[in-house]
Unconditional design. Structure first.
Length: 172
């Protein structure tokens, strides 16, 4: 079938061949891929529409790289993720759009990096990092949420930095 466009059914079958051995929990699809979404649902695949906010998604993925939360490396064959790495290295912003005051990437050779952005931003987008918080950090976050819900009913105090725990066993 070389040289012709595959049908949604053929793409769905191909997904099963390539990824059937992996415990895939969900597929994030471009919201514009309505017929493919319908086909995957017909094949009983777990499908979600990806968050398609390009700028926020690019910023999120960029922050993961910057923080060291995301590293893409070549495998032993040297080909693993080769397309993704090429796309990341060649990712550029559309100069004509920038001159008009619009942040927009140039849409060329970007299928793998778009898939990465869809999956990461759709799945983790509300997080600032992929690192798991410590038990103490989780406790502090829970206390912060409790305070935000009812600041007057909480035995902490506020200042310009927001919620601060009340010191214990000593003078203020």
């Amino acid at each position: 079938m070389t040289g012709s466009q595959k049908t949604d059914m053929e793409f769905g079958t191909e997904l099963q061949k390539h990824f059937g051995a992996y415990p895939i929990q969900c597929f994030y699809l471009d919201p514009a891929a309505q017929s493919f979404e319908t086909e995957l649902k017909r094949q009983r695949k777990p499908v979600f529409q990806a968050k398609n906010d390009i700028i926020d998604g690019v910023r999120f993925v960029g922050s993961l790289f910057t923080q060291g939360d995301l590293i893409i490396c070549k495998g032993p064959s040297g080909r693993d993720c080769a397309n993704l790495i090429k796309e990341i290295e060649g990712y550029v912003w559309d100069i004509s759009s920038i001159k008009r005051g619009i942040d927009k990437p140039l849409k060329q050779r970007d299928h793998a990096i778009d898939a990465l952005r869809y999956a990461l931003y759709s799945h983790f987008g509300a997080m600032n990092t992929l690192k798991q918080p410590s038990k103490l950090e989780r406790h502090q976050q829970a206390e912060q949420r409790r305070w935000q819900q009812n600041p007057m009913g909480y035995p902490g105090f506020t200042n310009s930095q927001g919620w601060q725990p009340q010191p214990t066993g000593g003078m203020i």
